[in-house]
Design a protein around this ligand. Structure first.
Ligand code: SF4
Length: 80
């Protein structure tokens, strides 16, 4: 089955993840500050970021686990 990513900011090439729920949209170049977006937002300029999506979701899961006092791994180095 072909992987069809959800067209949300978290899976968008123009997105720069900053926190577990937010990041910056870099679609408009040359701004002094990029607009902040929630990870589940979207627009018609969405572009698939490929593998980066899984790296981002792993980072979010690890970060949330650490905030709960867990280390984010199960001794395997794999983020759960
Ligand atoms: S607002 Fe649009 S272009 Fe910007 S990160 Fe989200 S989906 Fe991508």
């Amino acid at each position: 089955m072909i992987h069809l990513p959800k067209k949300i900011c978290l899976s968008c090439r123009n997105f720069s993840l900053q926190e577990t729920t937010t990041g910056l949209c870099k679609v408009v170049k040359g701004l002094a500050t990029y607009p902040v977006k929630a990870i589940e937002e979207s627009c018609d300029q969405w572009r698939d970021c490929g593998q980066q999506y899984f790296i981002r979701t792993g980072w979010i899961k690890g970060r949330l686990a650490r905030e709960k006092g867990l280390d984010g791994t199960l001794g395997t180095g794999i983020i759960t």
